[in-house]
Design a protein around this ligand. Structure first.
Ligand code: MN
Length: 133
């Protein structure tokens, strides 16, 4: 079995670079796209083990794309981590209720991203990236 594959969907080039670099450093195979249309193209040709999805995207936003992925048998079971600059607790609850598996407020630390992704890939829920032994 090869390395886990992750798709990063993020329109901000710097934020995308940071997430991609952190995940590649762990050894994951990472694909990156800047928006929902490009994500659909990528998912049509190969399915990742996990998706890191920015909530605020131009055009189709992350919550809309999430709904489409959850409605599609091919993609409905893929763990999806929301990243968002929205920092309010109410936003976090709204985002988790929408069906994301985890929520990371930007800027997030590399440790938290590694923790959330690693846990989800092992089938362990950790919606906010809390550390554990
Ligand atoms: Mn964005």
């Amino acid at each position: 079995m090869g390395p886990s594959r992750i798709l990063v969907v993020e329109d901000n080039p710097l934020n995308r670079r940071l997430a991609v670099d952190v995940l590649r450093a762990v050894g994951y195979e990472v694909a990156e796209v800047e928006g929902a249309p490009q994500a659909r193209v990528s998912l049509a040709s190969s399915l990742p083990d996990l998706i890191v999805l920015d909530v605020s995207l131009p055009g189709t936003d992350g919550i809309t794309l999430l709904g489409q992925l959850r409605a599609d048998l091919r993609t409905r079971a893929i763990p999806i981590v929301a990243t968002t600059a929205l920092a309010m607790t109410t936003d976090r609850e709204r985002i988790l209720r929408a069906g994301f598996d985890a929520y990371l407020a930007k800027p997030f630390s590399p440790r938290v991203l590694r923790q959330v992704v690693g846990d989800l890939l092992q089938g362990r829920a950790n919606p906010t990236g809390a550390p554990h032994g």
